[in-house]
Design a protein around this ligand. Structure first.
Ligand code: GLN
Length: 391
Protein backbone atom coordinates (compact mmCIF):
# COMPACT_ATOMS: atom_id res chain seq x y z
CA UNK A 1 0.00 0.00 0.00
CA UNK A 2 1.40 3.40 -1.01
CA UNK A 3 -0.43 5.35 1.66
CA UNK A 4 -1.74 4.91 5.17
CA UNK A 5 -5.47 4.28 5.46
CA UNK A 6 -7.39 7.18 6.97
CA UNK A 7 -10.09 4.79 8.17
CA UNK A 8 -8.18 1.59 8.98
CA UNK A 9 -10.97 0.13 11.12
CA UNK A 10 -13.79 0.81 8.65
CA UNK A 11 -15.04 -2.01 6.45
CA UNK A 12 -17.95 -2.09 4.01
CA UNK A 13 -21.21 -0.76 5.49
CA UNK A 14 -23.32 -3.32 7.31
CA UNK A 15 -26.21 -2.57 4.90
CA UNK A 16 -24.18 -3.53 1.85
CA UNK A 17 -22.66 -6.56 3.60
CA UNK A 18 -26.08 -7.89 4.62
CA UNK A 19 -27.66 -7.25 1.20
CA UNK A 20 -24.76 -9.10 -0.42
CA UNK A 21 -25.10 -12.02 2.02
CA UNK A 22 -28.86 -12.10 1.36
CA UNK A 23 -28.22 -12.38 -2.39
CA UNK A 24 -25.57 -15.09 -1.87
CA UNK A 25 -27.85 -17.18 0.31
CA UNK A 26 -31.12 -16.52 -1.51
CA UNK A 27 -32.55 -14.93 1.63
CA UNK A 28 -35.55 -12.60 1.84
CA UNK A 29 -34.01 -9.17 2.42
CA UNK A 30 -35.71 -7.23 5.18
CA UNK A 31 -32.38 -5.72 6.22
CA UNK A 32 -31.23 -2.68 4.24
CA UNK A 33 -33.81 0.08 4.26
CA UNK A 34 -35.29 0.35 0.79
CA UNK A 35 -38.78 -0.27 -0.58
CA UNK A 36 -39.27 -3.32 -2.83
CA UNK A 37 -42.51 -1.95 -4.34
CA UNK A 38 -42.89 0.59 -7.16
CA UNK A 39 -42.92 4.37 -6.80
CA UNK A 40 -46.03 6.40 -7.64
CA UNK A 41 -46.44 6.01 -11.44
CA UNK A 42 -47.18 9.74 -11.70
CA UNK A 43 -43.73 10.47 -10.30
CA UNK A 44 -42.18 8.01 -12.76
CA UNK A 45 -43.96 9.81 -15.56
CA UNK A 46 -42.71 13.21 -14.39
CA UNK A 47 -39.10 12.05 -14.54
CA UNK A 48 -39.52 10.72 -18.07
CA UNK A 49 -41.08 14.00 -19.07
CA UNK A 50 -38.24 15.99 -17.46
CA UNK A 51 -35.71 14.04 -19.52
CA UNK A 52 -37.69 14.48 -22.74
CA UNK A 53 -38.13 18.19 -21.95
CA UNK A 54 -34.34 18.51 -21.96
CA UNK A 55 -33.49 18.84 -18.27
CA UNK A 56 -30.32 16.88 -18.84
CA UNK A 57 -27.50 19.28 -18.02
CA UNK A 58 -26.06 20.44 -14.70
CA UNK A 59 -28.68 21.62 -12.26
CA UNK A 60 -27.81 24.77 -10.30
CA UNK A 61 -25.25 23.99 -7.57
CA UNK A 62 -27.69 24.74 -4.74
CA UNK A 63 -30.57 22.88 -6.42
CA UNK A 64 -33.38 23.58 -8.92
CA UNK A 65 -35.24 26.75 -7.84
CA UNK A 66 -38.72 25.22 -8.25
CA UNK A 67 -37.76 22.35 -5.98
CA UNK A 68 -36.31 24.62 -3.30
CA UNK A 69 -39.50 26.70 -3.45
CA UNK A 70 -41.61 23.55 -3.12
CA UNK A 71 -39.56 22.49 -0.11
CA UNK A 72 -40.03 25.91 1.51
CA UNK A 73 -43.82 25.47 1.18
CA UNK A 74 -43.64 21.96 2.56
CA UNK A 75 -41.57 23.12 5.57
CA UNK A 76 -43.92 26.01 6.22
CA UNK A 77 -46.86 23.58 6.29
CA UNK A 78 -45.02 21.06 8.49
CA UNK A 79 -43.07 23.26 10.90
CA UNK A 80 -44.73 26.69 10.72
CA UNK A 81 -41.68 28.65 9.66
CA UNK A 82 -40.75 30.36 6.39
CA UNK A 83 -37.32 29.33 5.08
CA UNK A 84 -35.61 31.24 2.28
CA UNK A 85 -35.19 28.92 -0.73
CA UNK A 86 -32.22 30.95 -1.99
CA UNK A 87 -30.14 31.10 1.16
CA UNK A 88 -31.36 28.35 3.49
CA UNK A 89 -32.21 25.29 1.36
CA UNK A 90 -29.69 23.09 -0.50
CA UNK A 91 -30.41 19.93 -2.51
CA UNK A 92 -27.92 17.14 -1.83
CA UNK A 93 -27.12 13.62 -2.98
CA UNK A 94 -29.34 11.93 -0.40
CA UNK A 95 -29.31 12.67 3.30
CA UNK A 96 -25.83 11.15 3.48
CA UNK A 97 -24.23 13.91 1.41
CA UNK A 98 -25.91 16.59 3.51
CA UNK A 99 -24.58 14.92 6.65
CA UNK A 100 -21.07 14.65 5.22
CA UNK A 101 -21.03 18.26 3.99
CA UNK A 102 -22.30 19.65 7.28
CA UNK A 103 -19.65 17.72 9.21
CA UNK A 104 -16.84 18.87 6.89
CA UNK A 105 -18.12 22.46 7.15
CA UNK A 106 -18.06 22.51 10.95
CA UNK A 107 -15.52 20.02 12.27
CA UNK A 108 -11.78 20.67 11.95
CA UNK A 109 -8.56 19.14 13.24
CA UNK A 110 -8.74 18.54 16.98
CA UNK A 111 -12.45 19.37 17.25
CA UNK A 112 -14.93 17.06 18.91
CA UNK A 113 -18.36 15.97 17.71
CA UNK A 114 -20.86 14.07 19.85
CA UNK A 115 -23.00 11.25 18.45
CA UNK A 116 -25.49 8.96 20.16
CA UNK A 117 -25.09 5.21 19.74
CA UNK A 118 -26.52 3.23 18.07
CA UNK A 119 -25.44 5.91 15.56
CA UNK A 120 -26.07 5.83 11.83
CA UNK A 121 -22.87 4.45 10.36
CA UNK A 122 -21.78 7.46 8.28
CA UNK A 123 -21.42 9.91 11.18
CA UNK A 124 -18.24 8.66 12.83
CA UNK A 125 -16.11 8.18 9.67
CA UNK A 126 -17.18 11.59 8.33
CA UNK A 127 -16.10 13.23 11.59
CA UNK A 128 -12.74 11.47 11.51
CA UNK A 129 -12.13 12.36 7.86
CA UNK A 130 -12.65 15.98 8.89
CA UNK A 131 -9.84 15.52 11.42
CA UNK A 132 -12.18 15.51 14.39
CA UNK A 133 -12.69 13.18 17.33
CA UNK A 134 -16.04 11.42 17.55
CA UNK A 135 -17.39 11.17 21.11
CA UNK A 136 -19.93 8.35 21.41
CA UNK A 137 -22.69 8.47 24.02
CA UNK A 138 -24.84 5.33 24.25
CA UNK A 139 -28.62 5.31 24.19
CA UNK A 140 -29.20 2.17 26.21
CA UNK A 141 -31.69 -0.55 25.21
CA UNK A 142 -34.53 -1.23 25.69
CA UNK A 143 -35.72 2.42 25.88
CA UNK A 144 -32.82 4.11 24.03
CA UNK A 145 -33.34 7.36 25.97
CA UNK A 146 -30.99 10.35 26.00
CA UNK A 147 -29.05 10.90 29.20
CA UNK A 148 -28.58 14.68 29.07
CA UNK A 149 -26.40 14.66 32.21
CA UNK A 150 -24.00 12.42 30.36
CA UNK A 151 -24.08 14.80 27.40
CA UNK A 152 -23.31 17.71 29.73
CA UNK A 153 -20.27 15.84 31.04
CA UNK A 154 -19.14 15.01 27.50
CA UNK A 155 -19.24 18.59 26.25
CA UNK A 156 -15.78 20.17 26.28
CA UNK A 157 -14.09 23.32 25.04
CA UNK A 158 -13.45 21.44 21.81
CA UNK A 159 -17.03 20.33 21.13
CA UNK A 160 -18.23 21.86 17.86
CA UNK A 161 -21.08 19.60 16.77
CA UNK A 162 -23.79 17.39 18.27
CA UNK A 163 -25.61 15.00 15.93
CA UNK A 164 -29.14 13.99 16.78
CA UNK A 165 -31.42 11.72 14.77
CA UNK A 166 -35.19 11.52 15.14
CA UNK A 167 -37.07 9.38 14.24
CA UNK A 168 -34.04 7.31 15.11
CA UNK A 169 -32.42 4.71 12.89
CA UNK A 170 -31.81 1.95 14.02
CA UNK A 171 -33.55 2.12 17.43
CA UNK A 172 -36.93 3.31 16.00
CA UNK A 173 -37.45 5.75 18.91
CA UNK A 174 -38.24 9.46 18.61
CA UNK A 175 -36.91 12.49 20.46
CA UNK A 176 -39.37 14.41 22.64
CA UNK A 177 -39.88 18.17 22.88
CA UNK A 178 -38.13 17.89 26.29
CA UNK A 179 -35.11 16.27 24.62
CA UNK A 180 -34.76 19.14 22.17
CA UNK A 181 -35.22 21.66 24.97
CA UNK A 182 -32.55 19.91 27.05
CA UNK A 183 -30.18 20.07 24.08
CA UNK A 184 -30.90 23.76 23.48
CA UNK A 185 -30.30 24.50 27.19
CA UNK A 186 -26.98 22.65 27.18
CA UNK A 187 -25.46 24.44 24.18
CA UNK A 188 -26.82 27.94 24.78
CA UNK A 189 -23.97 30.46 24.56
CA UNK A 190 -21.47 27.82 23.39
CA UNK A 191 -19.89 27.55 19.92
CA UNK A 192 -21.71 24.29 19.23
CA UNK A 193 -23.72 23.50 16.10
CA UNK A 194 -26.40 20.81 15.79
CA UNK A 195 -26.83 18.36 12.94
CA UNK A 196 -30.38 17.03 13.07
CA UNK A 197 -30.96 13.98 10.89
CA UNK A 198 -34.72 13.87 10.31
CA UNK A 199 -34.98 11.75 7.20
CA UNK A 200 -37.88 9.73 8.67
CA UNK A 201 -39.82 12.88 9.65
CA UNK A 202 -43.12 11.65 8.18
CA UNK A 203 -43.10 8.18 9.74
CA UNK A 204 -44.15 8.60 13.36
CA UNK A 205 -46.72 6.21 14.84
CA UNK A 206 -49.69 6.13 17.24
CA UNK A 207 -50.63 9.80 17.11
CA UNK A 208 -47.18 11.01 18.17
CA UNK A 209 -45.79 14.09 16.48
CA UNK A 210 -42.34 14.51 14.99
CA UNK A 211 -40.43 17.17 16.90
CA UNK A 212 -38.17 18.96 14.43
CA UNK A 213 -35.18 21.11 15.26
CA UNK A 214 -36.68 23.51 12.72
CA UNK A 215 -39.71 24.09 14.93
CA UNK A 216 -37.49 25.06 17.90
CA UNK A 217 -36.60 28.76 17.58
CA UNK A 218 -33.22 28.45 19.31
CA UNK A 219 -32.12 25.20 17.66
CA UNK A 220 -33.25 26.40 14.25
CA UNK A 221 -30.66 29.18 14.46
CA UNK A 222 -27.77 26.74 14.90
CA UNK A 223 -28.84 23.55 13.13
CA UNK A 224 -28.24 21.80 9.86
CA UNK A 225 -31.43 19.78 9.44
CA UNK A 226 -31.37 16.94 6.95
CA UNK A 227 -34.27 15.42 5.01
CA UNK A 228 -34.68 12.81 2.28
CA UNK A 229 -37.01 12.44 -0.68
CA UNK A 230 -35.73 8.88 -0.91
CA UNK A 231 -37.73 8.04 2.22
CA UNK A 232 -40.66 10.35 1.58
CA UNK A 233 -41.26 9.27 -2.04
CA UNK A 234 -40.19 5.60 -1.65
CA UNK A 235 -37.30 6.23 -4.07
CA UNK A 236 -34.03 5.64 -2.21
CA UNK A 237 -32.16 5.09 -5.48
CA UNK A 238 -32.83 8.63 -6.59
CA UNK A 239 -30.41 9.89 -3.94
CA UNK A 240 -32.15 13.21 -3.42
CA UNK A 241 -32.02 14.83 -0.03
CA UNK A 242 -31.81 18.37 1.26
CA UNK A 243 -30.35 20.39 4.05
CA UNK A 244 -31.91 23.37 5.82
CA UNK A 245 -29.70 25.80 7.75
CA UNK A 246 -29.47 29.53 8.47
CA UNK A 247 -27.92 31.55 5.62
CA UNK A 248 -24.40 31.79 7.08
CA UNK A 249 -24.27 28.06 7.81
CA UNK A 250 -25.78 27.22 4.41
CA UNK A 251 -23.05 29.27 2.72
CA UNK A 252 -20.41 27.13 4.49
CA UNK A 253 -22.26 23.91 3.67
CA UNK A 254 -22.41 24.88 -0.02
CA UNK A 255 -18.66 25.46 -0.08
CA UNK A 256 -18.28 21.76 0.65
CA UNK A 257 -21.24 20.61 -1.46
CA UNK A 258 -19.96 22.39 -4.61
CA UNK A 259 -16.69 20.46 -4.52
CA UNK A 260 -18.21 17.22 -3.38
CA UNK A 261 -21.10 16.50 -5.76
CA UNK A 262 -21.50 20.03 -7.23
CA UNK A 263 -25.18 19.44 -8.09
CA UNK A 264 -27.76 16.68 -8.09
CA UNK A 265 -29.40 14.89 -11.05
CA UNK A 266 -31.40 17.57 -12.89
CA UNK A 267 -34.33 15.52 -14.24
CA UNK A 268 -34.96 14.03 -10.81
CA UNK A 269 -35.09 17.46 -9.21
CA UNK A 270 -37.51 18.74 -11.87
CA UNK A 271 -39.70 15.67 -11.49
CA UNK A 272 -39.83 15.99 -7.71
CA UNK A 273 -40.51 19.73 -7.92
CA UNK A 274 -43.43 19.04 -10.22
CA UNK A 275 -44.73 16.21 -8.05
CA UNK A 276 -44.48 18.11 -4.79
CA UNK A 277 -46.35 21.00 -6.38
CA UNK A 278 -49.10 18.80 -7.88
CA UNK A 279 -49.44 16.36 -4.99
CA UNK A 280 -48.48 18.12 -1.78
CA UNK A 281 -50.56 15.57 0.09
CA UNK A 282 -48.34 12.68 -1.03
CA UNK A 283 -46.38 12.33 2.20
CA UNK A 284 -49.41 12.76 4.48
CA UNK A 285 -50.28 9.10 4.03
CA UNK A 286 -46.86 7.71 4.99
CA UNK A 287 -47.62 7.02 8.64
CA UNK A 288 -50.90 5.24 7.79
CA UNK A 289 -49.13 3.25 5.07
CA UNK A 290 -46.40 2.03 7.44
CA UNK A 291 -48.79 1.58 10.38
CA UNK A 292 -50.56 -1.09 8.30
CA UNK A 293 -47.22 -2.76 7.51
CA UNK A 294 -46.21 -2.61 11.18
CA UNK A 295 -49.53 -4.23 12.18
CA UNK A 296 -49.08 -6.97 9.60
CA UNK A 297 -45.53 -7.86 10.65
CA UNK A 298 -46.19 -7.51 14.38
CA UNK A 299 -49.31 -9.69 14.12
CA UNK A 300 -47.38 -12.42 12.33
CA UNK A 301 -44.34 -12.31 14.63
CA UNK A 302 -46.32 -12.21 17.86
CA UNK A 303 -47.14 -15.88 17.36
CA UNK A 304 -43.41 -16.73 17.26
CA UNK A 305 -40.52 -16.69 19.72
CA UNK A 306 -39.28 -13.47 18.07
CA UNK A 307 -40.59 -10.63 20.20
CA UNK A 308 -41.53 -7.55 18.15
CA UNK A 309 -40.81 -4.21 19.82
CA UNK A 310 -43.26 -1.52 18.79
CA UNK A 311 -41.45 1.25 16.88
CA UNK A 312 -42.33 4.89 17.63
CA UNK A 313 -41.02 6.02 14.24
CA UNK A 314 -39.03 5.15 11.06
CA UNK A 315 -39.86 2.37 8.62
CA UNK A 316 -38.00 -0.15 10.70
CA UNK A 317 -39.02 -2.54 13.45
CA UNK A 318 -36.89 -4.09 16.17
CA UNK A 319 -37.31 -7.71 17.12
CA UNK A 320 -35.86 -9.43 20.21
CA UNK A 321 -34.52 -12.95 19.62
CA UNK A 322 -33.46 -13.48 23.26
CA UNK A 323 -35.93 -16.35 23.76
CA UNK A 324 -34.22 -18.27 20.95
CA UNK A 325 -30.54 -17.63 21.44
CA UNK A 326 -27.97 -15.70 23.42
CA UNK A 327 -25.54 -15.58 20.49
CA UNK A 328 -24.13 -12.19 19.49
CA UNK A 329 -26.38 -10.27 17.12
CA UNK A 330 -23.83 -10.40 14.29
CA UNK A 331 -23.57 -14.20 14.59
CA UNK A 332 -27.30 -14.63 14.94
CA UNK A 333 -28.00 -12.47 11.88
CA UNK A 334 -25.66 -14.63 9.84
CA UNK A 335 -27.33 -17.78 11.15
CA UNK A 336 -30.75 -16.40 10.17
CA UNK A 337 -29.49 -15.64 6.67
CA UNK A 338 -28.13 -19.17 6.30
CA UNK A 339 -30.81 -21.20 8.11
CA UNK A 340 -34.03 -19.14 8.00
CA UNK A 341 -33.11 -17.44 4.69
CA UNK A 342 -34.07 -14.06 6.12
CA UNK A 343 -31.68 -11.09 6.15
CA UNK A 344 -31.93 -8.55 8.99
CA UNK A 345 -29.63 -5.89 10.45
CA UNK A 346 -27.78 -6.34 13.79
CA UNK A 347 -27.54 -3.32 16.11
CA UNK A 348 -24.07 -3.76 17.61
CA UNK A 349 -22.24 -2.39 14.51
CA UNK A 350 -23.84 0.97 15.31
CA UNK A 351 -22.09 1.19 18.69
CA UNK A 352 -18.53 2.13 19.64
CA UNK A 353 -18.99 -0.20 22.65
CA UNK A 354 -22.11 -2.27 22.21
CA UNK A 355 -24.06 -3.35 25.30
CA UNK A 356 -25.31 -6.93 25.49
CA UNK A 357 -28.51 -7.11 23.51
CA UNK A 358 -30.43 -9.53 21.36
CA UNK A 359 -32.09 -7.12 18.94
CA UNK A 360 -32.45 -7.16 15.17
CA UNK A 361 -33.73 -4.46 12.85
CA UNK A 362 -36.29 -5.41 10.18
CA UNK A 363 -37.38 -3.07 7.39
CA UNK A 364 -41.13 -2.43 7.01
CA UNK A 365 -40.77 -0.77 3.60
CA UNK A 366 -41.52 -4.03 1.81
CA UNK A 367 -44.54 -5.41 -0.02
CA UNK A 368 -47.01 -7.30 2.16
CA UNK A 369 -45.98 -10.48 0.32
CA UNK A 370 -42.33 -9.94 1.32
CA UNK A 371 -43.27 -9.25 4.93
CA UNK A 372 -45.46 -12.37 5.05
CA UNK A 373 -42.72 -14.46 3.50
CA UNK A 374 -40.10 -13.16 5.97
CA UNK A 375 -42.42 -13.71 8.94
CA UNK A 376 -43.27 -17.26 7.80
CA UNK A 377 -39.58 -18.11 7.47
CA UNK A 378 -38.82 -16.65 10.90
CA UNK A 379 -41.75 -18.60 12.39
CA UNK A 380 -40.49 -21.85 10.85
CA UNK A 381 -36.98 -21.15 12.16
CA UNK A 382 -38.31 -20.42 15.66
CA UNK A 383 -40.35 -23.66 15.65
CA UNK A 384 -37.48 -25.84 14.50
CA UNK A 385 -35.13 -24.23 17.03
CA UNK A 386 -37.63 -24.95 19.83
CA UNK A 387 -38.03 -28.56 18.64
CA UNK A 388 -34.28 -29.14 18.49
CA UNK A 389 -34.06 -27.92 22.08
CA UNK A 390 -36.70 -30.43 23.24
CA UNK A 391 -34.98 -33.43 21.67
N1 GLN B 1 -30.44 4.14 5.32
C1 GLN B 1 -30.48 2.76 4.96
C2 GLN B 1 -30.74 1.88 6.16
O1 GLN B 1 -30.68 2.30 7.25
C3 GLN B 1 -29.20 2.26 4.33
C4 GLN B 1 -28.53 3.15 3.36
C5 GLN B 1 -27.25 2.50 2.88
O2 GLN B 1 -27.22 1.33 2.58
N2 GLN B 1 -26.20 3.24 2.88
O3 GLN B 1 -30.97 0.72 5.99
Amino acid sequence: MLFKSKLPDVGTTIFTVISRRAAEEGAVNVGQGFPDYPIDPRLAEFVQRAILDGHNQYAPMQGVAALREGIAKKLQASYGHAFDPDTEITITCGGTEAIFDAIQAVVGAGDEAIVFDPAYDSYDPAIRLAGGRCVHIPLKPPAFCYDWDEVKRAISERTRLIIINSPHNPSCTIASAEDLQALADLIRGKPITVLSDEVYEHIVYDGRKHVSALAHPELRERSFTVFSFGKTLHATGWRTGYCIAPAGMTAELRKVHQFNTFSIAAPLQHAIAHYVQKHPESWQGLTAFFTAKRALLTGLLERTAFKPITPAGTYFQLVDYGALSQASDVDFVDRLIREAKVATIPLSPFYAAAPRMTLLRLCLAKSDATLRDAAARLAAFADSTAKKRQT
